[in-house]
Design a binder for this molecule. Sequence first.
Ligand SMILES: NC(=O)c1ccc[n+]([C@@H]2O[C@H](COP(=O)([O-])OP(=O)(O)OC[C@H]3O[C@@H](n4cnc5c(N)ncnc54)[C@H](O)[C@@H]3O)[C@@H](O)[C@H]2O)c1
Length: 362
Amino acid sequence: MTSLALSTPASRDEGATGFVSAGGPTGHFGPAVPILCRRAAVVTGVAGFIGSHLAESLLALGWSVLGVDRRAPASDRVAAVNLAELTGQPGFSLRLADLCHADLGPLVSRSEVVFHLAGLGGVRGSWGPRFADYLACNVLATHRLLAACEAAGIPRVVVASSSSVYGENPGRPSRELDSTRPASPYGVSKLAAERLSLAYAARPGTDLSVVALRYFSVYGPRQRADLVLDRLLRAVLTGVPVQLLGDGSQRRQFTYVGDAVAATVAAALSAPGAEVINVAGPRSVSLRRVISVVEQVTGRRMPLVHGRGGAGEVHSTEADLTHARATLGYAPAIELDEGIGRQWAWTTSDAARLRAYPLGVS
Ligand SMILES: NC(=O)c1ccc[n+]([C@@H]2O[C@H](COP(=O)([O-])OP(=O)(O)OC[C@H]3O[C@@H](n4cnc5c(N)ncnc54)[C@H](O)[C@@H]3O)[C@@H](O)[C@H]2O)c1
């Protein structure tokens, strides 16, 4: 049995030739974004959940992508599954590097946009001695990357931030100018990374502009195995009970990964400046509601046992999307039942089975 909390725990050629939807292997068709042929991007965290979906969409839009991650597909089955669609595609190359130590100048020097998705997620794991890893991967690595981008004259960095920077919801949708009171060491590390990015963008004489995206509970195929929907769907699939921490009244504004990717691509193309922008799904829902949608979509009962709430987990998150709409033209397209249906299809696929076993074992 596992326990379940609502942990919330990315060749320089000519430019625009038209507008297309941000479709591609994610199976998502979001708001129209300009197609910028053969623009060069770096995606850090490319072997991760969101970073791999982002790289797939960028390639489908005609960008070239240099993916950076410290997890090697040859030795890490999650990385192997996440990178399977990317490996061998024209325009994609992978560089194995730890952002805390590698020489980052040569990695970013040929790109027009750096999407910084690398980081250490998970609220509960950030308490205790592992906080040093969170500081290194979320704060120090971001600082090193920003310094390399500034030195190389990169005009735009898009940074993955998190709804965790807000802390407890104030009883109305959170807005970007609200005060931030993260309730976990993870949230503190993401806020530090966000503030570092804005500080770099505000330096006198810099060419660097930054968009920090506060993702709200992203889900979909290949979701991290520590996150709530993957755990619920695996419990339904295997019949092994999942422990529900709290009474199920906790609320989250779940965001389908294709919507998160569409917002992330749009952030690369928005007007220069320093921005913080919420990225969330259509509405905030209770965990009880999510469980009922999972049961409807899968046609199976959820095996559950009850436990007490997890440290650092806020009760509710809810996003005000006014700024995202105005700045990025963003509107979430995927409703929860459709997104869960897609994730369930993936959970029952060969790729998901492969992720559950060591490399070399079928
Ligand atoms: N998934 C969500 O719901 C969610 C919500 C809010 C914010 N975020 C943020 O979005 C980003 C991506 O999240 P995800 O769910 O895809 O996570 P993930 O764990 O699937 O991917 C992160 C990737 O970053 C890589 N990485 C970490 N530290 C590194 C380092 N020092 N050098 C090189 N690579 C490193 C990891 O190996 C991993 O492949 C993270 O920054 C996370 O904090 C995610």
